[in-house]
Design a protein around this ligand. Structure first.
Ligand SMILES: [Zn+2]
Length: 181
């Protein structure tokens, strides 16, 4: 993804978040309601993280209720991203974080691109740049981002996984961390 695309996704996620401001943690269920999606949490095979189904009556986001809270939040944000960004798909099931389709053709490359976009948007929605700036720049003295404990503690306030938080720090600030991923 080039810089222009990332900035565009960042902006769209920020604009959406401003409708349901606040956090951390960002009220991702309220964001889903704002875009007209109903959330259904059901047990599913461990490999399945979620699905999104769109109909003229509205959208349904299915989430694997057996997954951890942080993962379920990321799944909801990811499916919201598809609803906002990719309105040409009516149905989508996800295995794992990124739907890994067959990558041996133009169509699957298109699917892969959408997954990368959805993951970037989801992270930007759950960890808005504005909140991160406050936490990382203003309170920098309080945090030791070399410390795994610090990463875990701050990630907990966003209700995201330490891995997702670390990736987001790298994307926004170029802060590289070892030992977490
Ligand atoms: Zn997806």
């Amino acid at each position: 993804m080039n810089r222009g695309k990332r900035e565009s996704l960042e902006q769209k996620a920020t604009d959406l978040w401003r409708n349901v401001p606040g956090g951390p943690p960002v009220a991702v269920e309220k964001v889903a309601a704002f875009v007209g999606a109903e959330i259904r949490q059901e047990p599913a095979d461990v490999e399945v993280s979620g699905m999104v189904w769109r109909s003229p009556q509205g959208a349904i986001i299915g989430v694997n209720s057996l997954h951890s809270k942080t993962r379920r939040r990321f799944t909801i944000a990811h499916e919201i991203a598809h609803l906002v960004l990719h309105n040409d798909d009516s149905f989508h099931v996800h295995e794992g974080y990124a739907l890994v389709g067959r990558r041996d053709g133009d169509a699957s490359l298109g699917v892969y691109r959408k997954e990368v976009e959805a993951n970037y948007f989801a992270a930007a929605l759950l960890m808005p740049k504005e909140l991160l700036l406050r936490d990382v720049e203003v309170q920098r003295l309080r945090f030791d981002f070399e410390s795994e404990d610090t990463i875990k503690a701050v990630a907990r306030t966003y209700q995201v996984s330490p891995q997702a938080f670390t990736i987001r720090l790298w994307e926004v600030f170029g802060i590289s961390l070892s030992g977490v991923l």
